[in-house]
Design a protein around this ligand. Structure first.
Ligand code: GRF
Length: 198
């Protein structure tokens, strides 16, 4: 099973996911980033994972990212802190095979501009009593694909955006690898079936 992780920044989720599958030898990863200076690249290298950096044109104008993914026979695309919109050619080429994690309870606090600390600041400013994480399939619009998993976290009155960010990250690190494992299990089953019938 070939997984492509798209990440633009720190990459803590990417690292947790890669570590989670270390012993599953039929699962392999490639990390793609739009940011040559992103810490995720360092993390991936340390974990022995191939890295590819691409530019805007290669995602939106030419088909170079798409061709790369097809060439690698990617089964699942995992977005982990990826800041750009996924273009429709990718959504079409990988139907229901692109998954994202969002640090809030969608449909609240989603959409353009709602990422990272912006989300937590808005949640705290609005005096919400809980927030959480959403794992969802990806379509052409920011944060609007089908939700596959949500988990809540309680916000205490004294919590700052920073504290909330920590709580959310802990939840992400716990659940994202597990949900991806479920998706991979489905892919395994389908592949085995195909092998048996061909
Ligand atoms: C996560 O909070 C995720 O929900 C959001 O971007 C953040 C990425 O964090 N989409 P990291 O780079 O994995 O540490």
């Amino acid at each position: 099973i070939q997984i492509a992780i798209f990440a633009s920044g720190n990459g803590s989720n990417a690292a947790k996911i890669i570590e989670h599958f270390k012993l599953q030898k039929d699962v392999s990863f490639v990390v793609l980033s739009n940011n040559a200076n992103a810490f995720v690249i360092e993390r991936a290298k340390r974990l022995g994972v191939e890295v590819a950096v691409f530019e805007k044109n290669e995602l939106y104008k030419t088909k170079s990212v798409l061709q790369f993914l097809e060439c690698k026979e990617i089964d699942l695309i995992v977005l982990a802190g990826f800041m750009w919109l996924i273009p429709s050619n990718l959504v079409t080429a990988f139907p229901d095979k692109i998954v994202n994690i969002h640090p809030a309870l969608l449909p609240k606090y989603g959409g353009k501009g709602m990422y990272g600390d912006n989300v937590h600041k808005a949640v705290i400013e609005n005096k919400e009593t809980n927030s959480g994480i959403t794992i969802h399939l990806v379509n052409e619009k920011y944060d609007e694909g089908q939700v596959i998993f949500q988990e809540k976290v309680k916000i205490e009155p004294k919590d700052t955006a920073e504290i909330l960010a920590h709580k959310i990250h802990a939840l992400e690190h716990l659940y994202y690898p597990l949900i991806i494992e479920e998706l991979i299990e489905e892919i395994r089953k389908k592949k085995n079936k195909k092998e048996k019938t061909s």
